[in-house]
Ligand binder design. Structure first.
Ligand code: ZN
Length: 452
């Protein structure tokens, strides 16, 4: 430290207190339990934030050394964690009439090619992260594109916003159009350079690198081996990919990898399954796959909106619980049609209901907060109001508009109230979004007037 910086006056530590109905989880709620002891509901309490970190909660108002914001009558939750989402796909969400493989070729690949332009990559990254924040999502595991600059742009935009972000350059060296393919050697150099520059570079860093295999069909065996070698060389790296989303895709993988026991085995035999691996979908897995997943510590990102929209299939969450592997929730925009975690959880409820299961609000909200944080190994930083975690916090209206307000007025007990909120609300109910204790999103007045 130089003499001049050591003489700078000490900036006073910011102390911020938010009052509202605090809701988070202390553990995983049991499936189907609407009276779960894992639910921590503290109505009319103050959430205390010091230097960007949560230091506690209390019923009494803190003294005047605290900057106090009174959100009485509103719901305060940890920021949502989207475990699987594609930053360049905001432009293809809501594209008509295709299943996965056709949808990739008709809509998604043309949109992703544009991210080879640095200006598009920068603008797209900033627009995407601001959209997450405007939906109450403060942390995410993100696919950019094959272009190195698309990952750089995301890391830089997340650093500007202080957000927790896990991402990495997409690996794809076959079965994709010109402008969207890399090769093994260059891809390896790009990954190593991005890891060196962005992966947890300081104790306070909120950025982490994920070895990002698009999916088995778009990587050669040599590229998959390279990806596995990167994971084996550094256990702190994440890995993200897709698996067993759609039946035609599963059949194609069986043709491309005839010696693999299953689609999942293509990844398992290369060393890509580990506790920091996030696999989107996992709908068409057999019992052996589920056993392998559980043993590996990897998690499946359940993407209900996407699975319904693309007609991919119905993920069986209770079967995952029985098998013992972790499940987080995700929007998978643009296969999914909304970044709103409430809308995705509502779709999740419907997917489970189709199989005769009932997903409680606790199961859904836990998976989108503490559950995802634990599955990612980040529960010390995000996902709850535990003291010491960073203050990624969202303030929500319990209800806006006459229908939701009337529904809240007749709700009798806590689960009924929160389930109605999860079902009837969306991003338009977001009142404030904080990242590390700093305000990052507030709706403008016109929007609220329009809404009321
Ligand atoms: Zn996806």
């Amino acid at each position: 430290m130089t003499a001049s910086t050591s003489e700078l006056p000490q900036r006073p530590t910011r102390r911020l207190a938010l009052k509202g109905d605090l809701l988070d989880f202390t553990a995983a709620p049991a499936w189907g339990d609407i009276d779960s002891p894992a639910v921590r509901f503290q109505p009319g309490h103050w959430l205390l934030i010091e230097a960007g970190r949560i230091v506690g909660t209390q019923l009494a108002a803190p003294d005047e050394t605290w900057e106090r914001q009174d959100h009485s009558g509103r719901l305060i939750l940890p920021g949502f964690i989207d475990a699987h989402v594609h930053s360049p796909q905001l432009d293809v969400s809501g594209s008509y009439g295709a299943e996965l493989l056709d949808w990739l070729n008709r809509y998604t690949f043309p949109a992703e090619i544009r991210y080879g332009d640095p200006a598009v990559a920068k603008f797209g990254a900033e627009r995407f992260l601001d959209a997450l924040l405007a939906h109450g999502t403060t942390a995410a595991v993100v696919f950019p594109t094959v272009h190195k600059i698309s990952a750089e742009a995301l890391f830089e935009a997340a650093a500007d916003r202080g957000m927790r972000l896990v991402t990495g350059k997409v690996l794809m060296d076959r079965h994709a159009p010109d402008g969207l393919r890399d090769d093994v050697k260059q891809a390896e150099r790009d990954c190593i350079d991005l890891i060196d520059r962005f992966h947890g570079q300081s104790p306070n860093s909120r950025l982490a690198y994920a070895v990002t295999v698009r999916f088995a069909p778009t990587s050669t065996p040599a590229q998959l081996a390279m990806a596995g070698a990167l994971c084996r060389a550094d256990a702190s790296l994440f890995m993200q990919t897709h698996v067993a989303e759609n039946r035609a895709e599963v059949a194609w993988v069986a043709e491309l990898f005839p010696t693999a026991r299953s689609y999942l085995d293509v990844y398992a035999r290369e060393g890509l399954l580990h506790p920091r691996a996030v696999l989107a979908h996992g709908i068409w897995l057999d019992d052996e796959d589920k056993r392998v997943l559980a043993a590996s510590g990897a998690q499946v990102a359940f993407c209900p909106s996407s699975n319904l929209f693309l007609g991919s299939g119905l993920f069986d969450w209770p079967a995952a619980q029985r098998a013992g592997f972790r499940v987080s929730t995700a929007s998978d925009v643009g296969g999914g049609t909304s970044l709103s975690m409430q809308r995705n959880l509502l779709d999740g409820y419907k997917v489970q209901a189709m199989a005769g299961h009932r997903m409680t609000a606790w199961a859904g909200l836990h998976a989108a907060t503490r559950g995802a944080a634990e599955a990612l190994g980040l529960a010390h930083e995000i996902g709850s109001f535990d003291a010491g975690t960073l203050a990624d916090v969202c303030v929500w209206d319990w209800a806006s508009g006459p229908v939701a307000q009337a529904r809240q007025q007749v709700a009798r007990e806590l689960h009924e109230r929160v389930f109605a909120w999860m079902t009837l609300s969306d991003e338009r109910d977001l009142m404030s979004c904080f990242v590390g204790g700093d305000i990052r999103f507030q709706p403008n007045k016109e929007q609220k007037i329009h809404r009321s």
